[in-house]
Every structure is written in structure tokens, then in C-alpha cells.
Ligand binder design. Structure first.
Ligand code: SAH
Length: 415
């Protein structure tokens, strides 16, 4: 085997077969920018969707040898060895490399098992496919643990600093609490970071994996009022990045859901620091889900509204239209609402939400400390206090809370 990488952008690739193998191979070919012609009498729904969207050209018939003409590469994705051999022969005669799904040893080209780590692709070839995948998985694990794949500032002299930049900031959503609920990209960037700035609500286990030399800044310990503290956080992000560091600003849930992510993004941009946002799984959706409550359910709720309850409903600074919310029939998810829960429940009832509307409070969702109180709008404040629920917790109001009983039983049976 002679390893080689192909630039397929704008080049014609012929795929023969419209089943499961072609479905699996297609995304990588399309991502490489290949101009794909797909010859097959029938297509899977996923391939059909690519064809309908114009991402490939479907030739709806059986293969003919001259289909290979003008192709740079052929991928056979048919089960029948005789049909595959026919494609292979046609490719051979025209000196076009041909990958065979049915029999790798008979092919003139192999597709490796790959892992993509940012800009780096690792390809594993040889042995049985199972062995190649096992080696690939081991390499993936290693790279994700070491964070070495992107050629981080540690590995080379490309750390610039002092306004020459090369530093950067990523605002990363850490998810709702369970350390496994960060995104793949978030986890990779975390592994590459030189500086990590965290809040109170960050899953502690994620920090366990940081290399010892990483500087960890606990933003919740900054000893000023909230406004000054935010300025201080912005300053730390900008200063470290301008000094050449790769900074991850790790935020609970999603950075843009009551997370002040926008302010931090603007501060970085204003200072000329490259900044990206990596979305996170928000507690607003994952929190209810962890308690078996779907935020929407067919025939029950066609909308869900996420709001902050940190200001009392009668606070002049509140931006929430409580009477309008009270008229909605769908699901309400209230973050930061524990302290004002009695007033919130009262104002919703006063403007028409029935007192018997199901409600639930979920504390520390998706963690080992998760607790759930089920109640009604009329009783939820009293029940929550009686159960000594403490932050972080969120409140769900709506008929979906009742759906959860059936869902929980089903989930329990599946365990
Ligand atoms: N950006 C975060 C929300 C920040 S506001 C996100 O997208 O999830 C902080 C509030 O979120 C908390 O006061 C609480 O209401 C809610 N919250 C965050 N994590 C939670 C969890 N694990 N369980 C319950 N509520 C949570």
C-alpha cells in the first residue's frame, strides 16, 4: 500500500450502488467537494435526499463500462461480486483507481479508517477493517486526551503574543452538568487550551482532564460586583489571548442562554482577538429531559418558552411580558426562578394559567445530585420550599410534565 491523499474538489467521482455502503461513503466524498455521479437503479432515502438537493447527480439505471469515462476515482458499493468485478475491470482498463466495498484485496485503492481532529486527519490502513478501526479508535482516544492534534502552541514555536496574536478565545458550552454532555468540538478545544476560564456551574470532571500546566481561572471567585467581575473576565480573556494563549471560556449549558456569551464575544472582537463560539446543550432543554419531561410533545405542546426568573415579575427592570406568557398553552421553562417562584406562579395564575397546570422543579439536572419535585402551578412554590430545593434548579410549567410519567416508565423498563 502506498498512502496518498486525494484533492477531489471539483473532480468527478463515480459511485456505483445506491445502498447502505454508498450512503455511508457519500458524506466524506461530498465534504471533499467531489462532483459525484451515482449510478444505481434505486437509492436509499438518505441518498435520494442528496440527489434531490442537487448535491450529487443520480443516474437511475444499472452500470455501464463507459460510466467510468472522465472519472478520477470509482467507488463500487454493490454487494454482488460479479457486478463489482465488472466495474473494477472497466476502471482498470481506463486506469482509474477503484475502491471496492465487497472485496478490498481485489481493489486498486483502499479507503482508510479515519479520525478527524480539527485540521488534521489521521488515516489507518491495512490489516482487517476491524483491526484498522481499533487502531484508529486508540489513536483518537490518545489525541483527545493529549489535545495534540491541532499542533497546539505547545508543540511548535508559533506562540506569538503581544499583539502579534496567534492566541485565540473559544466560548465553549460545557453542557448542563453531566461531563459527557459537552460537544465533541468543545472537548477537543478544551484539551488544546493553555488557559481555561470557568464558572460555578461547570462539570468538575471536565477539569480533571486538563494538563497540569494549564492555567485555570475561576471566574466565580473574582471579588467584585457582577458588572466589574464581567469586565475583569473580559480583560482576562483578551490579555491572555494577546499574549499568545489559546483560551477556552467554559460556560454552563449554552454560552448564549443567559450566559453573557455575547458580551465576551464583543469584548474579544473589539480587541482584535480571534474568537469562536461552540454551542452547548442547554439545561433549558436537557434539564427537563433528564427528568423525563419532553419540552414538546405531539398533541400536548407545540411551543416552549425559555425565560429568566431572576427579576421579580413586578420589577421595573423586567423585560418579560408575564400576562402574555400566562396566555400561552405551551411549555414554560424558567431558569434562575427559585427565589421569585411564589410571585411567578401567582402572576401566571392571575393572568389566566389554570392553577392545576402541572409543574416540576429540577435541581442539578443530569448530575448525580439531581432531584425532581412534581407539583401544580398553585402548589409549586410551597412544595419546592418544603423539599429544600436549592440552585441550580429550573422550573417547568405545562402539560408536558404529565407526559413524563409515561416516558419515565418506558425509560425505566429500557434500563
Ligand atoms: N447557559 C446556561 C444557563 C445559565 S443561567 C444553560 O444554557 O443551561 C443559570 C441557570 O440555569 C440556573 O440558575 C438554573 O436555573 C439553570 N441551570 C443550569 N444548569 C442546571 C442544572 N444542571 N439543573 C437545573 N438547572 C440548571
Amino acid at each position: 500500500m502506498y498512502p496518498l491523499a486525494l484533492r477531489l474538489a471539483g473532480r468527478r467521482v463515480l459511485v456505483v450502488g445506491g445502498g447502505a455502503v454508498a450512503t455511508r461513503r457519500m458524506p466524506a466524498l461530498l465534504a471533499a467537494g467531489a462532483v459525484v455521479d451515482l449510478v444505481a437503479p434505486e437509492l436509499t432515502p438518505a441518498l435520494r435526499a442528496h440527489a434531490d438537493a442537487g448535491r450529487l447527480r443520480w443516474i437511475p439505471r444499472r452500470f455501464q463500462p463507459d460510466d467510468v469515462d472522465g472519472a478520477w476515482l470509482v467507488q463500487t458499493a454493490v454487494d454482488d461480486p460479479a457486478a463489482a468485478a465488472q466495474v473494477s475491470v472497466a476502471a482498470q482498463e481506463r486506469r482509474v483507481f477503484c475502491v471496492r466495498a465487497d472485496d478490498r484485496t481485489a481493489a486498486t485503492a483502499w479507503t482508510p479508517a479515519v479520525t478527524r481532529q480539527g485540521p488534521v486527519t489521521v488515516a489507518v490502513l491495512g490489516g482487517t477493517p476491524r483491526r484498522a478501526v481499533a487502531v484508529r479508535d486508540a489513536i483518537t482516544d490518545l489525541l483527545e486526551r493529549k489535545g495534540a492534534a491541532a499542533g497546539g502552541p505547545r508543540s511548535t514555536g508559533d506562540r506569538v503574543g503581544a499583539a502579534g496574536v496567534a492566541g485565540r478565545v473559544a466560548l465553549v458550552g460545557a453542557g448542563p452538568g453531566d461531563p459527557e454532555l459537552i460537544t465533541v468540538r468543545g472537548r477537543r478545544l478544551l484539551a488544546e487550551a493553555d488557559v481555561v476560564v470557568v464558572d460555578r456551574l461547570i462539570p468538575g470532571l471536565l477539569l480533571d482532564e486538563l494538563r497540569p500546566e494549564v492555567e485555570l481561572v475561576d471566574a466565580s471567585k473574582i471579588p467584585y460586583g457582577p458588572a466589574r467581575a464581567q469586565e475583569e473576565i473580559n480583560r482576562i480573556l483578551v490579555d491572555r489571548a494577546l499574549a499568545g494563549a489559546w483560551v477556552v471560556r467554559l460556560k454552563g449549558g449554552d454560552p448564549y442562554v443567559f450566559g453573557r456569551g455575547g458580551e465576551e464575544l464583543l469584548a474579544c472582537a473589539a480587541a482584535g482577538v480571534p474568537v469562536t463560539v461552540v454551542p452547548g446543550v442547554s439545561s433549558a432543554i436537557a434539564g427537563p429531559a433528564a427528568a423525563g419531561i419532553p419540552v414538546t410533545h405531539r398533541g400536548v405542546a407545540h411551543e416552549f418558552t425559555v425565560l429568566s426568573g431572576h427579576l421579580a415579575p413586578d420589577d421595573a427592570a423586567s423585560l418579560v411580558d408575564w400576562p402574555a406568557l400566562a396566555r400561552l398553552r405551551g411549555t414554560l421553562v424558567i431558569l434562575m426562578g427559585l427565589r421569585n417562584l411564589a410571585a411567578i406562579a401567582a402572576v401566571l395564575q392571575a393572568h389566566g394559567r389554570p392553577p392545576g397546570t402541572p409543574a416540576a422543579v429540577i435541581q442539578e439536572a443530569t448530575t448525580g445530585e439531581q432531584r425532581v419535585v412534581r407539583s401544580t402551578l398553585a402548589a409549586v412554590a410551597v412544595d419546592t420550599a418544603a423539599a429544600a430545593i436549592r440552585p441550580p434548579a429550573l422550573v417547568v410549567v405545562g402539560d408536558v410534565v404529565e407526559v413524563s410519567d409515561a416516558l419515565r416508565e418506558t425509560l425505566a423498563r429500557g434500563r
